[in-house]
Design a protein around this ligand. Structure first.
Ligand code: ADE
Ligand code: ZN
Length: 344
């Protein structure tokens, strides 16, 4: 592989030693292959007999293939202790990679689907996350999420749980899963509840569905950050709108390449979005499933031709995109903490 230009390589080293921020990664997707193998070994017909079998599943035919692997990983989790184990995989990775500020999607809807008690799981996760911070691992905030194809009732249920059992670590709420399954407008009432709960509005959009999915999400949900959002690049007016609003796009290059969200990874639109003034950040999405690291994401951007200025801009966007929880910080839909400085 061609070496990166010296100043770019030096900048990558500098960014890593300064400590990076990550805004888009999913707890279950941070599982290490060894953990997946160990958890699967408890069942007679092991899904992942060894690390090679797990890694082989990382080659996806399409997005459905990815969602199937994601579902299989979630099904391995049978107790709060299993969740804590995956959380330790995640915090270990944050420490190794010097990620000093992370916001992590945690899905109470999945926890309940598995048949576990949300409060038990939340307490198990809190113990791991608090220990990570106490040991100087950096800030770790939580983004509660629901699964788009499970509809608005499941999303309301997540907010009901948070209302009844508030988790001070939670600073945002988002939707993942199949963005084409249910239109954003169906979740309007769900998102209306967020300001009062002190949760910033986030959403996965423009990963699989086209620019209209991003536009609908902006219209109905007023997100401060969009997970992926890359298909917006197909609509110049929408790109201008994102730049004007200051909406962050939490882009994940290895994920997009692995799932086929971009047909040709060497022509990923990330640099065009940046050049148009969109506030792009970089993340790993599901590092355990895509075999990527946060610095690896920056390296991918550099391999797409990004220079020192672009790498610095992305790192600065990631810092600026931090959310701060608490109802007083969320005066109106679309307003949230530091990221609330964006207009929506
Ligand atoms: N959940 C975990 N990773 C996801 C992705 N890339 N898209 C949608 N939902 C997800
Ligand atoms: Zn995601």
């Amino acid at each position: 592989m061609r070496a990166l230009p010296g100043p770019v390589a030096n900048e990558l080293l500098r960014l890593r030693s300064a400590g990076l921020a990550e805004r888009h990664l999913h707890l279950e997707g941070a599982i290490r292959p060894a953990t997946a193998v160990a958890l699967a070994a408890r069942w007679p017909s092991s899904l992942f007999p060894d690390g090679a079998a797990f890694r082989a599943r990382r080659r996806f035919e399409d997005f459905r293939g990815f969602l199937t692997l994601y579902r299989d990983v979630c099904r391995l989790l049978r107790s709060p202790a299993d969740y804590a184990r995956v959380a330790r995989d995640l915090t270990g990775r944050l420490r190794r990679e010097r990620i000093v500020d992370a916001e992590v999607y945690v899905s109470p809807a999945v926890v309940e689907r598995i048949g576990l008690d949300w409060v038990d799981v939340r307490d198990a996760l809190e113990a791991v996350f608090a220990a990570h911070e106490r040991r100087g691992g950096g800030r770790l905030a939580v983004l509660l999420d629901s699964v788009r194809q499970w509809g608005p009732e499941a999303a309301h249920r997540v907010l009901d749980l948070h209302e009844r059992h508030p988790w001070s670590r939670a600073v945002g709420f988002g939707l993942g899963g199949d963005e084409a399954a249910v239109p954003a407008s169906a979740f309007r009432e769900v998102y209306r509840r967020l300001p009062r709960l002190g949760l910033a509005p986030l959403v996965h959009a423009g990963e699989w569905a086209g620019p209209e999915s991003v536009a609908q999400a902006l219209d109905a949900l007023r997100p401060v950050r969009i997970a992926h959002g890359i298909r917006a690049a197909e609509d110049p007016a929408l790109v201008r709108r994102l730049a004007r609003l200051g909406t962050f796009l939490d882009v994940c290059l290895a994920s997009n390449a692995a799932t086929g969200a971009v047909a040709d990874p060497s022509r990923h639109p990330v640099r065009r979005l940046l050049a148009a003034g969109v506030r792009v950040t970089l993340s790993t999405d599901d590092p355990g499933l895509f075999g990527t690291t946060l610095l690896g994401e920056y390296r991918r951007l550099a391999r797409l031709g990004a220079g020192v200025g672009e790498l610095r801009a992305v790192a600065a966007h990631a810092r600026a995109a931090a959310l701060v929880g608490g109802p007083s910080r969320h005066g109106s839909a679309g307003g949230s903490g530091r990221a609330a400085r964006t207009r929506s």
